[in-house]
Design a binder for this molecule. Sequence first.
Ligand SMILES: Cc1cc2nc3c(=O)[nH]c(=O)nc-3n(C[C@H](O)[C@H](O)[C@H](O)COP(=O)(O)OP(=O)(O)OC[C@H]3O[C@@H](n4cnc5c(N)ncnc54)[C@H](O)[C@@H]3O)c2cc1C
Length: 412
Amino acid sequence: MRVVVVGGGIGGLALGAGLRRSGYEVAVFDRDTDVAATGGYHITLDQRAQSALGRLVPPEVMRRLLASGSALRLRERDAFWDRRGRLLGYGPDLAGSASIDVDRITLRTLLAEAVGEDLHLGRDASGVGYDEHGMPRVAFADGTSVTADLVVGADGTHSVIARHLAAGPTNRPAGLIGFSGRTQRADLSAAEQQRLGSRSTMGIGPRGAALYVGFLDPVGNAALDAPELRRSVTTGPTYIWGAMFPESARTESLRDLRGTQLQTALLDRFRDRRWTDHTLEVIARADPASVAAFRFNAASTRAADLAPWNAGRITALGDAVHATPPTAGMGAGAAIQDAADLLDRLDTISDGTTTLADAIGHFEARMRQRGSEVLTMAMKTVRLILVTDTPLGAVATAVATPIMAAAARLRR
Ligand SMILES: Cc1cc2nc3c(=O)[nH]c(=O)nc-3n(C[C@H](O)[C@H](O)[C@H](O)COP(=O)(O)OP(=O)(O)OC[C@H]3O[C@@H](n4cnc5c(N)ncnc54)[C@H](O)[C@@H]3O)c2cc1C
């Protein structure tokens, strides 16, 4: 069976690696020309995502990934702050967590290595359909095309393939705009290093402003202590942060800015909302080249709305089907699980126990369920942030946060 995968992001590369490892004929096409030239901060992989990856990639790639990942179990428990940096409470104890955080660039590069020469870069898919023999065919912007027994759209939020199958968009803007950047821990003042600690934190203030600060240390907190295998682009304790605001004409205009200009405009936006200066140090001292803006898109949280098509020789996975805002840190993990599940289903065709349409139908049913679960979790945080931008929510946030901060002080 020849499988063509459109999109060499996290899900497409994971599938390509798994198909190649299992002996299928596979070709993965991505419009990017360099897998390392990809944005994003870090990706969280929980136990299920890691087990799925373990089935898809060779053991040595898995070991390099673990040696490049930062283990959550070695981190302090997460903390929640108000806009003045007052502690509101802590998240659960992470000592038993099997999850790891890994740079998106590191993960994508390692997956690309596992796909090897079956990955074709610089190929922008423009459409999909069937040839005269009823086999699926992908057309590219350069005028070429390829046919296959099965086409899988792993081409992300603005998927050409899923859009064709669903006869329209599969997701829409979630109402939030995100801004991300990287700040070395050592570049912060001693007081902020102390306050933020070796943990991830979330600060929420009135009028829809939120600041997530993730902590990544693939060296000190390596998930697997094997420095010789480490490939991480993050080489020391680093805060990788994501600021969030409700979408509006004003926040939309920030998307056209880059580097220092974007950083300054972002700081002004927080100061307008009366965040105190020390809470903004992590943004002010970021590497300007790392600061970027992106819109959150989300598919429906209802399983029945996802992949609204009949199972056949063209399917899709990951964000193409269940575009998930990064607020739950589960989008990439879900795409990897989709890939492992699809491979398992295809294996049932080779051993003669099922047909292609049945295998794809079972795969899509599981994917709808998984997509709905991760979207429901991610949208909880999106709604919590958006509610602080309503008149009642703004008052409630202003009144409740000092009370929560005082209660947290008493508990300490
Ligand atoms: C730049 C970027 C940064 C991100 N950063 C984070 C993050 O820091 N943390 C987090 O939790 N999640 C992040 N995400 C989201 C997370 O990576 C996704 O939820 C997860 O990767 C879903 O995997 P996927 O394979 O479905 O889609 P993606 O990983 O988005 O991959 C889609 C791929 O399809 C390719 N593509 C799109 N259209 C075409 C086309 N027409 N022809 C050929 N190729 C095409 C794209 O170049 C891309 O490589 C990021 C996504 C992107 C695109």
